[in-house]
Design a protein around this ligand. Sequence first.
Ligand SMILES: *Cc1c(COP(=O)(O)O)cnc(C)c1O
Length: 336
Amino acid sequence: MTITNPAAPAPADKPSLPTYDDVTTAAWRIADVAHRTPVLTSRTADERTGAKLFFKAENLQRGGAFKFRGAYNAIARLPDDAKRRGVVAFSSGNHAQAIAYAGQLQNVPTVIIMPKDAPAMKVAATKGYGGEVVLYDRYSEDREEIGRRLSAERGLTLIPPYDHEDVIAGQGTATKELIEEVGPLDMLLVCVGGGGLLAGSALAARALSPACRIYGVEPEAGNDAQQSFRTGAIVRIPVPVTIADGAQTTYIGQKTFPIIRALVNDMVTVSDSMLVDTMRFFAERMKIVVEPTGCLAAAAALHGIVPCKGKRVGVIISGGNVDPKAFAGFLAGTHP
Ligand SMILES: *Cc1c(COP(=O)(O)O)cnc(C)c1O
């Protein structure tokens, strides 16, 4: 198969971008450590949409989200001396947890910069994996600046949550597994924060199922990626107020954006109440715990935002890390 990356080769002044080849080498690199997560189906979901939905359950991935794929791949690619000094990461939660976990498995020290208001469970899990946690105020401090300072002071390698070739390539392995397991898809729905998962997924879907229509799904309150996609330039927005805490990014990445612009068909948004409804659907009907952000892609299908009648549709469930109390509140309708 010939695989073209429309964004490559990169001119000297442009960031170099990953290709599908990088997704395949990432798949090989993480094969023995990452879970090959199950693909779930639901007759109720199919009846509700008139489609055949294939849910890739990354809520059951190690660390509870797809982020383990990119984190492990990025750490594995570091030279030995960089591994010895360690890595630093900033994240609203799941990337942090994934870096700490992937670092522990590869004997690489990790420092994690997390917002003070991150879910307590995520902070605790990160520490549990051996990560050193540094807290910051996301409304007044710049996490990237803190990351740069720590990496300069301690010789740590900064691994960003989405705007990194090895991270994007690692995230693409979930869709590679999905299509290899169920065959070609008519449509693929993927949530978007900074776009690492969507960019990686798009590389895999375009290569393995070229006719597949690819959609990014964002929270209504924070549609910066949709605006960027439409205008052709990266749009920055204030921190959006949404229960989808994994998609509260304020701008899409410089590496993820060109891939998304070239390979993705459209960007759509869903409301927080649709996310709550979807969370309840997953719990009641499919017996799985999915965090609000993890419901974005499924909500677009279940609420008819992307019409998918008669189609074979891949849906990435991105993660399941939700505080049990908050989860109970969402199901009972008393939270937020
Ligand atoms: C990080 C994350 C996202 C967003 O991923 P990006 O690569 O930043 O677009 C979505 N869902 C969950 C559960 C996440 O942890």
